[in-house]
Write a protein that binds this ligand. Structure first.
Ligand code: GCV
Length: 854
């Protein structure tokens, strides 16, 4: 017998090293992939974090190690690759792909027809249709086959994502069968060809740059994967304010590259198109939808689109709205326009989503009967039943424009012979632009669950847009998302819950907001119970808190509505053609939309609901000022006067937001450092900005109504030292516009190259204090600030945040006002506090006030 050569300790060490090296080399691509995105939110809810808990892992012990994928299309391939990827990452178990049905347990993926050839039991299952999927265990010849199938490959992919989501939420894998609520589950991106995104808050376009489709479309494929994982099946890639070159043949060839990236994820590309395209692209004499040359043009163009993009979804049309041309130019109706385009798409299976957002933005504000909220109904209700079957009217959930609270658009109930889709806004245009945490799913749920009582029977909005209430062939959900090139897609780590939630609701609007939130939190942040409950609690009330400090009682978000829609800018709503008025004077506020004395808008609702809104006795407080004009001392159902409610609500909302950062700090060490820090910074910012909102709105109501806050808060800030009252060296006082966005309506600026200072002698009793400096952080420049106590530096910071640009980049207002805080400052009577501001590149180190609190 030959003796095995002896292996010395040093050799063993070397062998061990070599083995480690081999393992390391094998793992290298995975490590590189993992570390390049680390925990920066890039993976969204598809982190597939490894499950370490042996007890949890044990429940997956009996799962197969083989996978047979019967389809050959890109979607089928994506489904099996995803299953392998997810299981390996989460369970550490390697699935081996096989080509034939193995004589051992296996996962089997395919369409129902494909699987049925091999596993007879699947033929006996209820036939699936559309995008439905099923997961069933089938016994055959003593082996267990886990079959994941759909009517089409897309369902198969959804089935795989369903299974992976169970692992990620540490739930057992059980048989399941699901079908989506509606066939159209699309996202809209308002991306421009130059790479900018209208109302996008997370960087530049993942699709376009410099007038063309980007060379590198890798983020598009990743986006497609995220969308598919929550059941979304369409993506309109360009702005509804569509570039007039969209249907240019050269551009179409470029756009086809985007469709190629989305295709493996079962996401059909669609395009926003302008009705004047026939004139622009091919110089036709007219774009009159009834002109035979125009009809032929749309047919020729649709044929060309489908030649390039065989799975093309359809066209989204914004017309006669906010400066876009439309059929009204020729005295034609939206139905006549939509139908011409729809007929061209129909042979190819495409649809038209014609937006119900048609209104006149040059309304006469002197006319007390003029009302923008009426527009959707007024423009469309008479056309009910006149649309081709492949036209869907895409209706924003409220009659105005994605405000923090609106009633449901009455148009949903008025169109009973026309397919409809609800348009929801995932991008937080009016709800904090992804710098404020606002979990929007509760708002959407409230909208979808609203029973409009059309025909005096139950007609919840969700059933209308599913096509169920009025037996329509189509229906759907369109979410304006506007992800960008920011690593984590939406900027605020919490904002991804809105995209996830939109997809989940589009698939199943009966899910509860809490169910959606809880699964998003687990997938995104892990299953640690403290992490889950803290994040769920933070998010759950965030919409309500935002409403409390930005615009309660149905007033709408009290922002600068003709500008960037971010910080407070209350009176911008009044006296212009945009029709989003408050109708405020020193006696009262709110728009009278009653039938009896107002604009008659309430009469657009079915009678039962109209009755509720028409009467002050039954109109809910939360919509009061949307429906009625009342005096400031009108008493609400909650027993408070309107004005006192406004004060209390703003203080309450801001106080809630002040708790976000301390609650978040409880999670330090339980989640990754990168996302922890980013979120903490945003929560601290939000706390400061909620105070800007609180003070601006409360001060404005105080000045307008002349009615004091019974709790003495508004207008009294005993801890505040106005910058303009401090001893200044170089700083000069300026008026801020609008006045309510700075304390006392004034701030100070340093208009010289060298630093300026503000000095004040303090007279605080001995103790430890917190200081807040309210200042303005402009896009231009990165000014520096330093706080000195008795000559010693106690804090230093740079104003380098990227806040939404105001009307002009150098404007001091409620969008650029922000706050720096520092705690644990020991004070005694007679201390001298100095703030030194060093301007930079046009940013004059502006300061509003300093607040010193216990
Ligand atoms: C894309 C609002 C937004 C616009 C948007 C428009 C629309 O008015 O502020 O940016 O335009 O809605 O939905 O068409």
């Amino acid at each position: 017998m030959m003796e095995a050569p002896e292996t010395g300790v040093a050799d063993m060490h070397a062998m061990g090293l070599a083995r480690h090296l081999r393992i390391l080399l094998l793992l290298m691509p995975m490590l590189v992939a993992a570390s390049s995105y680390a925990e920066d939110g890039h993976e969204g809810w598809l982190r597939y974090a490894h499950i370490d808990d042996p007890v949890v892992l044990r429940q997956y012990d009996g799962l197969p190690h083989r996978v047979l994928s019967l389809g050959t299309t890109p979607v089928a391939q994506a489904a099996s690759t995803e299953l392998v990827r997810g299981m390996e990452s989460m369970l550490g178990s390697r699935l081996v792909a096989v080509q034939t049905l193995p004589q051992e347990d296996a996962f089997v993926l395919g369409t129902q027809t494909e699987v049925c050839h091999f596993l007879r039991n699947v033929c006996r299952q209820k036939a699936l249709s559309g995008d439905a999927f099923a997961v069933v265990r089938v016994m055959q010849k003593g082996h267990v086959y886990w079959v994941i199938f759909g009517d089409e490959e897309r369902g198969e992919l959804y089935g795989v994502f369903h299974v992976l989501e169970q692992f990620a939420s540490q739930k057992p894998i059980a048989d399941a069968s699901e079908a989506p609520a509606a066939s159209v589950r699309w996202v809209n991106q308002w991306d421009n060809f130059d790479g900018s995104i209208e109302r996008g808050y997370a960087g530049r376009s993942i699709f376009f740059d410099g007038g063309h489709v980007r060379a590198d479309l890798s983020r598009v494929s990743e986006y497609g994967r995220l969308l598919a994982s929550v059941g979304l099946n369409g993506c309109t890639v360009n702005n509804v304010n569509s570039d007039l070159r969209t249907l240019d043949p050269a551009m179409l060839r470029e756009l086809a590259r985007i469709a190629d990236q989305l295709r493996p994820w079962g996401v059909r590309m669609s395009l926003s198109v302008d009705l004047s395209s026939p004139q622009i692209v091919d110089h036709l004499a007219t774009f009159d939808p009834l002109d035979p040359a125009v009809v032929a043009w749309w047919q020729k163009t649709a044929d060309e689109v489908y030649r390039l993009i065989p799975d093309f979804g359809g066209f989204v049309i914004k017309a006669d709205s906010e400066g876009r041309l439309g059929p009204s130019k020729y005295g034609r109706t939206p139905a006549e326009a939509a139908n011409v385009v729809a007929r061209a798409l129909r042979p190819h299976g495409g649809v038209v989503l014609y937006r119900g957002f048609v209104y006149n933005n040059h309304l006469d504000w002197h006319d007390l009967k003029a009302d923008r909220a009426r527009a959707g109904y007024d423009n469309f209700h008479a056309l009910d039943g006149r649309f081709e079957p492949n036209v869907i009217i895409q209706i924003k959930h409220g009659p105005i424009d994605f405000q923090v609270r609106e009633p449901l658009s009455p148009l949903f109930a008025a169109l009973q012979h026309t397919s409809q889709a609800i348009e929801l806004q995932v991008t937080q245009e009016y709800t904090g632009q992804q710098r404020h945490m606002v979990f929007l799913v509760p708002m959407w749920k409230a909208a979808l669950d609203t029973d409009l009582r059309a025909q005096n029977r139950s007609t919840p909005v969700k059933e209308i847009v599913e096509g169920r209430s009025f037996h329509q062939p189509l229906g759907g959900f369109a979410g304006v998302v506007n992800v960008g090139l920011d690593t984590n897609w939406m900027h605020h780590p919490m904002a991804m819950s809105n995209l996830y939630g939109f997809g989940k609701l589009a698939w199943n609007p009966d899910l509860t907001s809490d169910e959606i939130l809880d699964s998003w939190t687990r997938l995104t942040w892990g299953n640690n119970p403290k992490v889950v409950s803290t994040i769920d609690d933070l998010q759950r009330g965030s919409w309500h808190a935002y409403e409390e400090y930005s615009g309660p009682l149905g007033l709408g978000t009290l922002t600068n509505i003709i500008g960037i829609h971010y910080g407070p800018g209350i009176e911008s709503a009044e006296r212009n053609g945009w029709g989003q008025w408050l109708r405020a004077d020193n006696k009262g506020i709110g728009i009278d939309r009653t039938v009896a004395t107002g604009t008659g808008y309430i009469g657009q609702y079915p009678p039962e609901l109209a009755k509720v809104y028409e009467s002050l006795t039954t109109c809910p407080d939360e919509l009061l000022l949307f429906m009625h004009h009342v005096p400031y001392n009108y008493v609400l159902h909650n027993g408070k006067t309107v004005v006192q409610h406004v004060y209390d609500s703003h203080y309450k909302g801001a106080a809630t937001v002040a708790t976000y950062a301390p609650r978040w700090e409880q999670l330090q060490g339980l989640i990754d450092e990168e996302r922890y820090e980013k979120t903490l910074k945003l929560f601290m910012y939000q706390a400061g900005h909620a105070i800007v909102w609180r003070d601006a709105v409360s001060e404005w109501f105080l000045r307008m109504s002349g009615i004091a806050d019974t709790r003495g808060r508004v207008g009294h800030y005993p801890n505040r030292i106005e910058a303009e009252s401090m001893q200044a060296d170089g700083y000069t006082s300026v008026d801020v516009t609008p006045w309510e966005t700075a304390s006392g309506g004034k701030a100070v600026v340093c208009n010289r190259a060298a630093a300026c200072t503000l000095t004040v002698k303090l007279d605080r009793p001995v103790g430890s204090y917190k200081m807040a400096v309210q200042y303005f952080d402009l896009r231009v420049g990165d000014a520096q600030y330093e706080l000195l106590l008795d000559g010693k530096p106690i804090a230093h910071w740079i104003a380098d945040d990227i806040l939404p640009p105001a009307v002009v980049d150098t404007q001091l207002d409620g969008s650029t006002s922000t706050r720096f805080t520092v705690s644990g400052i020991a004070l005694k009577p007679g201390d001298t506090l100095m703030l030194r501001g060093t301007p930079n590149n046009g940013e004059p180190a502006p300061v509003d006030y300093i607040e010193i609190m216990k």
